[in-house]
Every structure is written in C-alpha cells, then in structure tokens.
Design a protein around this ligand. Structure first.
Ligand SMILES: *Cc1c(COP(=O)(O)O)cnc(C)c1O
Length: 559
C-alpha cells in the first residue's frame, strides 16, 4: 500500500514511530513536518488529503494531539473519509462500514505501540460491500453532493432549494430524455470553478486581456483533446451552445440569402437548421428534405436528386430525433457531386461517435458541429470541428464574429469530458447505450406500439402513440411523468398533430446507462412504459410504476 503520513508538532514523535513501524510492509511517504517546531496542521493535512483524493496514495494517516483538527481538514475533500480512531475496534468498523481511507490519531490519547496496532488493523481490514453499507455510503456521497453547495445554502437558500430539488429528482426518477445525460463530478467541478472569473477574448496565446495563462492551458487542453478524440484537424471549443456552433459555421461560410438544405423540424431536424422562427430560417434560404414516408429513413437517392436540383451551398445532416444511423460516406458523395459544403450536426450522437458506436462524420465532413451535453455527457455547451483550411474562417466567425469572452470554466469542463471519453470504459458505455435502447425499444414494440422506422440504431427511439393508442404525445408524456418516467413529446415524420401536442414520444437511454443500468432494467422500464400508456387515465397503474421505478433507481446511484 502507498501511505501518506503527516502530523503537526503535537503528533511529530508518534508520526516517526508509525512511519518506521509501517515502513517495513508499505511504501510510506512522510509529508512532514521535518522537526517539532510549532506549525499549522492544515498545511500538513491538506497535502495528505489531496494525495488520497487524487489516488496518488491508497491511505492517509494524520496525527495531532487530539486528531480532531486533522479529521476536519481531511474530510473537506471528496473521496476522502477520515476517521478518528482510539481503538482497534473503531478502526475495524470504520473500514468495514464507512470505507474510511484516512486514519486520524490523537497523540495524547494512544500510546505509540497501540497506535501501530490501530494502524495495522485499519490497513488490513477490507471494506464490507453488504447492500446496507453500500447504501449508507452512497447516502454519504449524496450528502456530499449537497455539501458542494453549503455556501449557497447559507447565502441564497432559494437557489439552493432549486439545486436540492434537482438532486432529489435525479435520484428518484428515470430520465429518458434523449438530449440529456448525467455529468461526472469532475466535469461539474471544472464547470463551477474559478475559471469563470476570467475574461479571455481571443484564443490561447492571442488574447485581448492579460493574465490568461491559466485559461490558455485549459482551452488548449480542450482543443487538443477534442482533435485527438474525434480525429479532427481543428477544433473551436468556444461556442456557448449547439445553436451557436451551427451559427458559427453558417457565418464562416455563406452569405445571408444563400441556400442550406437541411432536415425539416417535424422530421427530426433542429430549430437551428432553418426553422422560420429561428435566426437560421430568417437569414438563409432553407430548403428542407424529409425521410422516406414509407421507411421513415433517409432516402439517399432522393436526397441526391433534390440536392442536384436545389444546388445548396451547405448540405446539413444530423438531427434531434432520427433513430437511424446516417451514412456519412454517401452524404460526402452527394456533396461532391453538388459541389457544396458538407456539414454534420452530431449534437445527439457525439458520444456514440466518440465511443465508436456510430460511424464518425469527421473524416468526411467539412464541418462537424456538436453539443457537449447530450450523449457526450459533458457541460452544456457547443463545439465545431473542421478541416484545417476552414480553421481561420471558423475562429473569426466565433470571435469576434458572434461571441465576446468565452466561458473558460465550461471549456475546462469540456476538456475533462474529452479525457473521460479516451478510456476503454467509455467505449463499453457507448455500445451499452445502443444495446439498452434496442432492448427497451423492442419491449415497447412487442407490446403493440408502433415504432417510427421500426426500430433504432442509436440512443433514441420514437413511439407513435397516436397510431398505437389514439393518444397524443403530450398526454403520453404527462402520464409517464406521473409515473416517475421522464420522456418528451415529439413530432414524428409527417405528423398530423400540432408540434404542441404531437403524435409521438422520444425515448433515450444515455442517462439511464450512465447510472449503470443494463438490459434487464431496460425490459422493466419498457414494460412500465407500455403499462402506463395502455391505460393512460389509470392513476393506480401510475402510482404502482412510480413506486417500482423509485425502488429500481435506488440501486443505480447518479454520479
Ligand atoms: C440539441 C441540438 C442542438 C442545439 O443545442 P443547444 O445547445 O440547445 O443550442 C443543435 N443541433 C441538434 C441536432 C440538436 O439536437
């Protein structure tokens, strides 16, 4: 074991004794002090806590006269559980039950030899993974999550209440919103960090303000990691959101009034792809394309014919509600024939692309835009990837073209998430999101519901509740909400209902998969969806599902 040990002046002798005694069997690093001159205990407790929190050490040992100041200092760090032990029994129990990883000792309370016995017991006792202890440790984590905002609790109880309510909602409900996910603690820490204090108009190395070295480092990491993760030639990580990322590409490449061909909103496209109420529809000439009415999939031959006729400046693919894989190679061929820019908005599928569960558009497209908060699971934000030849035009379109100072805290959180995606575990995650989606989709389908396009290749599926049960998407979503299952109403291709009512619901599995759910849970959730929708006025069914859903999610902690 790697053990980090430290004390203050009051624990100096005992520290030396313990370090010698444990040094025979373990790699003990002495974090000081090096003499018994009077010192401040946090100066020694904090580095040890940091070593344990970061994983650089397996265990910490902290000694002062009572052990109390040391416990307080160490317990301020996430992943650190510091326990003050005066007996070997306490050392055993706090390891087994609490998973303690920092031992605090009071030099006034224990003899040198007994302290060694306590430490050896502490180090040798494994953590007990019995369900009740796991549950209690998890509740400790959740309390810690609220303690992230303990300053807010005091200074602004109203805002704190909203955050607390969101935390409770995430715990208790099954979130199947296809455009959402659950961010990691590391990502949230970066997003809430002091980097938000810095103005940094411009780009790393070329800023309009002084003092930008720290944010330059963060933004450079985000750019480099984005290029590495997606195999891109250039990345701009500054767009505040997905819509701004799209705006940046339009501004970098075409003029007001020029033609963009994109998927219509009711077919699964996005507002920023040319909806008349959006800037895109107001500034540019938008020619929408649709899916094939029979297969409800893209018909690439029809798309090619239309594109050759329309001659758009940009052919835009990618969608918010298209459950099928997109053939980017074929789109490239079409763009080459037309001589237009190939732009792919992978906002929804970016995580699947990063994890290799969907073909990447990056090798084919001139521009790839994305959000960083959907399947990618990062902070709310946008990004553009492009070929080197477009880099300059893109960067000046974002700044000074449309934005001022970038959100460097959010950019840092993007960097965190890109790094997370470089792990093998995340590849497995992406495959699991798709598997989960297919299993849940089939469960609902087998209960007699019509699925748009007959199934799914990605993280979402669309249920035609109107054709299946004569109800609207709005009614279906409300009934599921009452049962603790969160989806959204969604138009389906050639919908005859208004966008406010819709004929469909959209169901996605990214967030549930982040919580660790797999196929058996997907079958349960799919069954509950069908149970609720079979009889949407039945409040007893809703209450039963809500109870069962809450019992299920209790086993799948939110990160
Ligand atoms: C979500 C989404 C966006 C925009 O995201 P915002 O960050 O909300 O602006 C853009 N394109 C597609 C396809 C999307 O699904």
């Amino acid at each position: 074991m790697r053990i980090a040990i430290a004390s203050d002046h009051g624990g100096f002798e005992l520290k030396g004794h313990l370090a010698r005694a444990l040094g025979a069997d373990h790699a003990v690093s002495d974090f000081g002090p090096s003499d018994r001159a009077s010192c401040d205990f946090p100066d020694y407790a904090v580095p040890v806590a940091q070593a344990v929190a970061s994983g650089a050490a397996d265990f910490g040992i902290l000694i002062c006269r009572t052990g109390l100041g040391m416990s307080m200092a160490a317990n301020r760090f996430q992943n650190v559980r510091a326990a003050l032990c005066a007996t070997t029994e306490a050392a055993t129990l706090t390891r087994q039950h609490n998973g303690a990883n920092v031992l605090c000792l009071g030099a006034d309370a224990v003899s040198g030899d007994y302290a060694v016995e306590i430490a050896k017991t502490f180090l040798a006792t494994p953590v007990d993974n019995d369900a009740r202890h796991v549950r209690r440790r998890w509740k400790l984590e959740r309390a810690e999550r609220l303690s992230d905002c303990s300053g807010l609790m005091r200074d602004d109880p109203e805002v704190f209440a909203a955050i607390e309510a969101q935390t409770k909602q995430e715990d208790a409900e099954i979130n199947l919103i296809a455009s959402e996910n659950t961010s990691s603690r590391a990502c949230r820490e970066a997003a809430g960090s002091v980097l938000m204090n810095k103005y940094a108009e411009g780009y790393p190395g070329k800023r309009w303000y002084s003092g930008c070295l720290p944010v330059d480092a963060a933004e450079e990491l985000a750019r480099t990691r984005a290029c590495q993760l997606f195999g891109a030639e250039h990345a701009n990580v500054q767009p505040h959101c997905g819509s701004a990322a799209n705006m940046a590409v339009y501004f970098a490449t075409i003029k007001p009034g020029d033609t963009i061909m994109s998927m219509a909103l009711d077919q699964g496209g996005h507002l920023s792809h040319g909806s008349p109420v959006n800037f895109s529809g107001k500034i540019y000439n938008i020619v929408p394309y649709t899916v094939d009415p029979k297969t409800e999939r893209l018909d690439y031959d029809a798309l090619e014919r239309q594109a050759l006729e329309v001659k758009p400046k940009i052919l835009l693919t990618g969608a918010s509600a298209y459950p099928r894989a997109i053939d980017f190679k074929r789109i490239r061929e079409i763009c080459d024939k037309v001589g237009c820019i190939m732009m792919v908005d992978m906002a929804h599928i970016a995580g699947l692309v990063a994890g290799g569960a969907h073909e990447s558009p990056v090798p084919y497209a001139d521009f790839v835009t994305t959000t960083t908060h959907k399947t990618l699971g990062g902070p709310r934000g946008g990004m553009v990837l492009c070929k080197e030849k477009w880099a300059k035009a893109l960067d000046s379109a974002v700044f000074p073209g449309m934005q001022g100072g970038p959100l460097e805290n959010i950019i840092a959180a993007k960097a965190v998430v890109f790094r997370e995606w470089m792990s093998e575990a995340k590849k497995g995650y992406a495959q699991q999101v798709v598997k989960n989606c297919q299993v849940m989709c089939k469960t609902v389908q087998d209960r007699g519901y019509r699925i748009v396009s007959g199934g799914t290749d990605n993280h979402l599926f669309l249920v035609d509740v109107k054709a299946s049960k004569g109800i609207t998407g709005k009614e279906a979503a409300a009934a599921l909400d009452a049962a603790g299952i969160i989806v959204n109403k969604n138009t389906i291709p050639f919908d005859t209902e208004s966008p406010f009512k819709t004929s469909g619901i959209r169901v996605g599995t990214a967030s549930a998969t982040t919580r660790g759910m797999k196929e058996p849970e997907m079958i349960k959730i799919g069954t509950w969806i069908a149970d609720v929708l079979d009889d949407i006025a039945n409040v007893e069914v809703q209450a039963r599902v809500k109870r069962e859903a809450a019992a299920l999610v209790a086993h799948f902690p939110v990160p």
